[in-house]
Design a protein around this ligand. Structure first.
Ligand code: PEP
Ligand code: MG
Length: 323
């Protein structure tokens, strides 16, 4: 196997001119927590909670969920752990959910839509577990909602968080309200990012879905994989617009799609203004090393040139002239 050229950096990193960029890990199970720490993650930028719900006959109860969230929070006592609420739909079988098979599941009842439509108390139970974990775990908990497309969906989710907090109060159960955020995964969310950012603490761009929906090209179809590429100018413009909307509304903004873990794109992303990048743990050392070699004015200039490009080919050319 190839020898590692980049050392693991335990400490947080900043650009040459002193802008700190949080470099965090994406987690799909609790088993990945140790690996994330070992690669020097500052925290967790995307904790996908599907693993708790899939491949079983009944949903996890509140206590089981609290344990799973607290385990991640305790692993990053100085850091932040961003937990995403359940993101399933008609493309994933969940026996106890009775999800009808959909002809076009990626445009169907998934993410926050399904959570809000849920007539069981699955979403409420997850929120209760999260509010309890926020009080119990060592690190700082943030919670974000997937596939949000409308302000109404967000408002409904935020109201549910409040009512769950009131219930816990009434029951005398220890809890805290975490930071709350919205994933930017739909063109609707990118276009309405200012409205979302005004209502929450942070946004996190999910480029896997955002590229799929902006480019109308499935993330699972090789025949259109050239279109499902975040380097296409419209995807870059959606990112740029979201960053500006976040910062105008005093929200921080991260990125947790695959794009964030590509070291060849780190300078572009810092130039676009992202505050946090979250990725699979193996790429963290390379991205941290990349951040430390960046001057933000240079990076902004690169981002401006990429945003002015007409084609992906031009973007690729502009990026290749950098290295
Ligand atoms: C994304 O869509 O970019 C994302 C991070 O979420 P997932 O890959 O789990 O859909
Ligand atoms: Mg997604």
């Amino acid at each position: 196997s190839a020898e590692r050229e980049v050392d693991v950096k335990e400490e947080r990193v900043e650009t040459i001119d002193g802008r700190e960029i949080e470099v965090a890990a994406n987690l799909g199970t609790t088993a990945e927590i140790d690996g994330a720490s070992a690669q020097g993650a500052d925290g967790v930028g995307l904790y996908r909670t599907e693993f708790l719900f899939l491949d079983r006959e009944s949903p996890p109860d509140e206590d089981e969920q609290v344990d799973a969230y607290v385990e991640a929070l305790d692993a990053f006592p100085e850091g932040r752990v961003v937990v995403r609420t359940l993101d399933v739909g008609g493309d994933k079988p969940v026996p106890y959910l009775d999800l009808p098979e959909e002809e076009n599941p990626f445009l169907g009842n998934r993410g926050i839509r399904r959570s809000l439509a849920d007539d069981g108390d699955l979403f409420e139970t997850q929120l209760r577990a999260l509010l309890r974990a926020a009080a119990e775990g060592a690190g700082e908990l943030s919670v974000m909602f997937p596939l949000v497309a409308t302000v109404e969906e967000l408002d409904e989710a935020l109201e549910l968080v409040e009512s769950v907090a009131a219930d816990l109060d009434e029951d005398g159960i220890d809890h805290a309200t975490p930071e709350l955020g919205v994933m930017v995964e739909t063109p609707a969310a990118a276009l309405m990012a200012d409205e979302f950012a005004a209502r929450v603490d942070f946004l996190s761009i999910g480029t896997n879905d955002l590229a799929q929906y902006v480019m109308a090209s499935s993330r699972e179809n090789d025949a259109v994989s050239h279109l499902h590429d975040p380097r296409h100018p419209p995807v870059l413009r959606a990112i740029d617009r979201s960053v500006e909307a976040a910062h105008d509304n005093d929200a921080w903004i991260g990125m947790c799609g695959e794009m964030a873990g590509n070291p060849e794109l780190t300078k572009l992303l810092v130039g676009l203004g992202l505050d946090e990048l979250s990725m699979s743990a193996v790429t963290i050392p390379d991205v941290k090393a990349g951040v430390e070699a960046i001057d933000t004015a240079d990076a902004r200039d690169l981002a401006d040139r990429a945003l002015a490009a007409s084609t992906k080919e031009d973007v690729v050319r502009i990026l290749s002239q950098e290295s």
